[in-house]
Each structure stands twice: as structure tokens, then as C-alpha cells.
Write a protein that binds this ligand. Structure first.
Ligand code: UGB
Length: 595
């Protein structure tokens, strides 16, 4: 009471709310007015922020927390009454006729699309010191994830607009205090990787208040008794942010029809985007999640059909730590196991969601973007009365369909993992411990997967690509294919790739092929070494003949060797660029590179 004079009328209301919600421990020991007044005001500025950035405000956060903490203490099963079963979705096979039809439809629809990258996570499992979107997707060209994503959106925009009026595809990035400044700096220092600055919107998510006990008493920051401790709330924040920032409304007014969400480090994803957008448009899905075959117990969620005893049913992601116990509790004593295909029958959620904007916006008008939350306290002992450290509520973006009525059209599309999913999530040590046969999800496997996918796509298009060799890097055994990379505008879809290769070409396993331009045509090329071709948009280059040189050998690097930059040593290899044929065509015109 003595300190009330320091506060604005709105803050006095917040103080009353905190008292009513049994949170007076936050300020009972505050000193007399005149001492630390600045800190006291800063405390209420923080409370104001925490209150306004949460749908329903802090009171609602505390109330929800009490309910969830009580459920967690009593061990209430969140799936009570639900039986899991394997759902049916659209299964696509890369490169076949159906796939190509969906790709064509997707490219057309892309003019009505907007993209949302969730990049607020620090990637604790990876342990990398920088932001994950700044990591090279592959080290042959060194292009980082963000550059790759932006160039893909631009390539889609161009292909989609062809012959029609110019329309820029909006691109939003959700950041957090952990990633915001560095994401902004990466964009600014690279001229937004060719995108118009106005096309990109950064939306920063706020952290949420930590909870110190089962009564949901808010935790004070151990470093500063005038601050509430906060932690990330999860990627589910993206929905509330898109709504509260007015971005969704702006997109709707601008004619956007599809909103595509994706994560920070999947170097393959855009190979699957055109076709999955085509599926959404063709099938009229309000929500379409992209999935890949999943190994049992792999750390990705499983797409599951949940049927309640009261008849309700929904198709939803069941997170990786919940699927096994849920199956065991519902008559499957072995839990999450591989079936005769060698995979779990539940497809793996890769958190690439495509929403139809109209129904999505209507739903958010009702919910404000609030997503069903969960809490995961680490208890001190079996009595579950105290926590080892403070906890908080969390939410996931793929839980959006949980509030939808049964009439909503929720579907999913399963794509081969080699072409759709290769995230960089695990540090070398943990990756090396992944059970044999399960994907490593590391910087090593993420890069090698790019070469594998590109090699297989070229094979599919008729190029003879030599088989890979097995090699071990940072304790992980991977297939090493020729290092084939191309700019998104070179081969956005399989049809584009097919148009660019002709005749009889071959690439040996030790080779590197980097295609950095739009109109580079490979015809009767025999490559055994390194070849780098760069061209301007107005140039048309035909590449053929026999290229043989010492090339770029792969040299092993130990992840513990700190003399090597972190982004390299986490892969376990680097290239010795001994010899290459490198050509640039910057002027417009027709050219021939006959080696
Ligand atoms: N992210 C944020 O933007 N904000 C946050 O507060 C937290 C994360 P992780 P996770 O595809 O492999 C997800 O940590 O959450 C961003 C799905 O839940 O990489 O363990 C972050 O920057 C799971 O079902 O993954 O697991 C990153 O871009 C499965 O699909 C993204 O959110 C799994 O991903 C994901 O964060 C997967």
C-alpha cells in the first residue's frame, strides 16, 4: 500500500489483481517508498507486459496454471477417454504423376500464400551459440537456412506470378528475446537476401511468467527480486501474435488465402512445399500438416486419430514423449513400435502446417489465438509437492486444431523423409547416441541429406549419379553422395529440374556440382571433380563435356576441436577445395560451357 503512489491507475488495477490471485508474496518485502523506486516501477512495467501479451491476461494465465498443475499432480491423463488409431491421409511419392500435378497446382496457389517461420527457439538440444537460421544449410555454398528459405519464397513468387500481375508473398518471422536482434542483423547485413524489406515482418514473442509451486505462485527472478522470472512459452505463440499484431487481418485484406508455417532448420522442406500446398488447395483442407514416415520413439510427434468414448474424434499431433505411454495405456502393451514397414504406423509430424486463412482467421477471432497449453514440472520427489526448479505453461503451434469443431477439414500429407525432412536439432554427442537406424537430426545428417536428396532427384530426372559411400563423422555413420546443390530458382519443382537436364550425363561420388543461377542446362555432362557455375538471370548457359579435376575432398573435423569454427565442427567435416572448374556468366545472352 505504501508504494501505490508510484503506480499508474492501470498498474494499481494490476496490483489488485495480483493480490486477488494470491500473489502478494511478489511485493510483501518491498522497502519503504524512496528506496528502489525505479526498480519497483520496472517491476510493474514487466507485469503490464506479461499481462498484455497473454490472451486473457495474467489472471487467466494463473487460473489455467492452477488447473493444469493440479491435473499434473493427480496424474490426470490428458487423453482420458480417447483411443488412438492410425489416421489416413494423402500419401505422396516424389516425382510421380500425382506428385507433379499437386506441385503444379501448388505453384499456382503460391500467389495467394504467406509464409511464417517460427524462429524464437534457441535450440537447446543443438547447443549452438548463434541463432539456428544463420547456420549454413550446406557448406558447399555456405548459404544459411534463412537465405535458403527467402530464396525459395522468392522463387515461388516468381513462378507463381508468371504472366500475371506482380504480387509479393508476405513472409513473417516469429522471434523471441533470444533471437530477435540477431535475426534482424542477419537480414540487414545481407540486404534481406534479395527480398523487399517491407515484405518481411518480424513478430517477437514474449516469455511467460514462471511458477514456483502447485498453487501457481509466480516465481521471482533469482537474480533480481524486482522481476518475475520468465521462460519461453513455446511455438504455439505464433497464432496469438499473428492475430494480435493485425498481420492476419492485413493479409486477409491483401487477398492471402493460405498461411504456411515452418520451423527453423529443415533444409529439405521447400522441396515438399509446392506439392503439399497443391494438396491443400485441391482437397480444400482448412488445416494440412506435413508428415513423414517416423521411426518408433523418434523425437518427432506422431499424427494420430483420437476417438473419444462420447463419439468425438480428431486427427492431431501426439507429442513424442506422450505417444508411447498413450498406446500402452490403451491396449498396446508394446507401446510405440515399428510395424512391418520398418516404421511406426503413426506418421511423424514435421510441424509444417498449411492453414486456409478464412476459417483460420474466423477461429482466431473467437480464441484470440490462445492454444491449449500444458505444464511439465520436474518434481523434487514422488509426493509432487515441490518443484526442482520453477516451471511455466507451454503451448505448441500444431495444437491449433484442438479447439476446432468436428466439421473442420483437418488433413495431413505424408511425404518421403528423404525429400521433406532433415532438421538440425541434436548436438554431435547426443546424435551419436541415437539408436542405429533412427535419423540423427544433426548438423552432419542435415547437410548430407541435402546432397542425398539432390542426387536422388537428379537420378530421377535421368542423370547417372554414382552410389554413395558410408562414412563416419562425429560418431555418426552417414551416406555421402556427390555434393550437388542448386539455387531454388534453378529447380523449384521436379518439373523444373527435368527441364534443365538433357542427354546422358553422369556424376561421380567424389564430385561437387553447384548451380548458382536460373537458366543453367546440363546436357551430356560427365563430372568427376568440382564444377561451380554461376549465372545472372538474363544468361542462358548450356553445360556439357567432360569435367575431371581433383575436386573438393572431404576432411574430417572433430567437434571438440575448438580451433575450427563452431558451425563447421558440429558437422564433423569440411571441404578441402583443391581444384575446381568455376565459371561465371553475369551478362545476358546464350553461352555454352563445353569442358
Ligand atoms: N520455437 C519458437 O519459435 N518459440 C519457442 O518458444 C520454441 C520454439 P524445436 P520441438 O519437427 O522435429 C517440434 O525445439 O518443439 C521454434 C514439434 O513440437 O526445434 O521439440 C523453434 O525456433 C514436434 O511435434 O522442436 O518439436 C523451431 O523453429 C516435431 O514435429 C520450432 O519452434 C518436431 O518439432 C520447433 O522447436 C520436429
Amino acid at each position: 500500500h505504501k508504494n501505490l503512489s508510484l503506480l499508474s491507475p492501470d498498474q494499481i488495477e494490476l496490483a489488485k489483481m495480483l493480490v486477488a490471485m494470491e500473489q502478494s508474496h511478489l511485493f510483501t518485502n518491498w522497502p519503504e517508498p524512496g528506496v528502489d523506486d525505479g526498480e519497483k516501477k520496472a517491476f510493474f512495467d514487466q507485469v503490464t507486459r506479461l499481462n498484455s501479451s497473454y490472451p486473457g491476461g495474467l489472471a487467466s494465465y494463473i487460473k489455467t496454471a492452477r488447473g493444469l498443475l493440479s491435473d499434473s499432480k493427480t496424474g490426470k491423463n490428458p487423453f482420458d477417454g480417447f483411443t488412438p488409431s492410425v489416421p489416413t491421409g494423402e500419401n505422396l511419392s516424389y516425382g510421380d504423376e500425382t506428385f507433379m500435378k499437386f506441385e503444379e497446382a501448388g505453384v499456382k496457389e503460391a500467389q495467394n500464400a504467406a509464409f511464417v517461420l517460427v524462429a524464437g527457439g534457441l535450440g537447446e538440444r543443438l547447443g549452438y551459440n548463434g541463432i539456428k537460421v544463420a547456420l549454413p544449410r550446406e557448406t558447399t555454398t555456405g548459404a544459411c537456412f534463412l537465405q535458403h528459405y527467402i530464396e525459395n519464397v522468392l522463387a515461388l513468387q516468381e513462378a507463381s506470378n508468371a504472366g500475371q500481375s506482380e504480387r509479393d508473398i508476405p513472409f513473417a518471422i516469429m522471434t523471441s528475446d533470444d533471437t530477435h536482434a540477431r535475426t534482424m542483423q542477419l537480414l540487414e547485413s545481407n540486404k534481406y537476401f534479395g527480398m523487399k524489406p517491407a515484405q518481411i515482418k518480424l513478430l517477437k514473442q514474449e516469455k511467460v511468467a514462471c511458477l514456483e509451486d502447485n498453487d501457481a505462485r509466480l516465481a521471482l527472478d533469482p537474480q533480481n527480486k524486482f522481476r518475475i522470472q520468465t521462460k519461453p512459452h513455446g511455438h504455439g505463440d505464433v497464432h496469438a501474435l499473428l492475430y494480435s499484431s493485425g498481420v492476419l487481418e492485413e493479409w486477409q485484406r491483401g487477398g492471402v488465402r493460405w498461411v504456411l508455417f515452418f520451423q527453423d532448420t529443415n533444409g529439405l522442406l521447400f522441396k515438399a512445399i509446392p506439392a503439399s500446398l497443391g494438396v491443400s488447395a485441391t482437397k480444400g483442407y482448412h488445416v494440412n500438416s506435413l508428415a513423414v514416415p517416423r521411426k518408433a520413439k523418434e523425437a518427432i510427434g506422431g499424427i494420430t486419430k483420437l476417438t473419444h468414448t462420447d463419439g468425438r474424434s480428431m486427427v492431431i499431433n501426439v507429442e513424442y514423449n506422450q505417444l508411447d505411454p498413450l498406446l500402452r495405456a490403451t491396449g498396446n502393451p508394446d507401446g510405440d513400435v515399428n510395424c512391418e514397414t520398418g516404421y511406426s504406423p503413426f506418421p511423424g509430424n514435421i510441424n509444417q502446417l498449411i492453414m486456409e486463412l478464412g476459417p483460420y482467421f474466423e477461429e482466431l477471432k473467437k480464441t484470440g489465438g490462445a492454444i491449449k497449453e500444458f505444464v511439465n514440472p520436474k518434481y523434487k520427489d514422488a509426493s509432487k509437492t515441490a518443484f526442482k526448479s520453477s516451471t511455466r505453461l507451454e503451448c505448441m503451434m500444431q495444437d491449433y486444431p484442438k479447439t476446432l469443431p468436428p466439421s473442420a477439414r483437418v488433413g495431413f500429407t505424408v511425404m518421403d523423409a528423404w525429400v521433406a525432412y532433415a532438421p538440425v536439432k541434436n548436438n554431435p554427442e547426443d546424435a551419436a547416441k541415437v539408436p542405429k537406424g533412427n535419423p540423427y537430426h544433426s548438423a552432419t545428417s542435415g547437410e548430407m541429406a541435402v546432397y542425398r536428396a539432390n542426387s536422388l532427384i537428379l537420378r530421377n530426372a535421368g542423370v547417372q549419379v554414382e552410389d554413395p559411400v558410408q562414412q563416419e563423422f562425429n560418431g555418426q555413420e552417414v551416406e555421402v553422395w556427390p555434393r550437388v546443390v542448386w539455387k531454388p530458382k534453378w529447380g523449384l519443382t521436379f518439373a523444373d529440374v527435368k527441364k534443365k537436364v538433357a542427354g546422358s550425363s553422369s556424376i561421380s561420388q567424389k564430385s561437387t556440382l553447384a548451380l548458382k543461377g536460373r537458366n543453367i542446362f546440363i546436357e551430356n555432362l560427365s563430372l568427376d571433380g568440382a564444377l561451380v557455375v554461376e549465372s545472372g538471370d538474363g544468361a542462358e548457359v548450356k553445360v556439357g563435356g567432360s569435367v575431371k579435376n581433383k575436386g573438393w575432398a572431404i576432411e574430417k573435423v572433430d567437434y571438440k576441436d575448438t580451433s575450427v569454427p563452431e558451425e563447421i565442427r558440429i558437422r564433423g567435416f569440411r571441404f578441402q577445395k583443391t581444384e575446381q572448374l568455376e565459371k561465371q556468366y553475369t551478362e545476358p545472352g546464350k553461352f555454352e560451357l563445353k569442358a
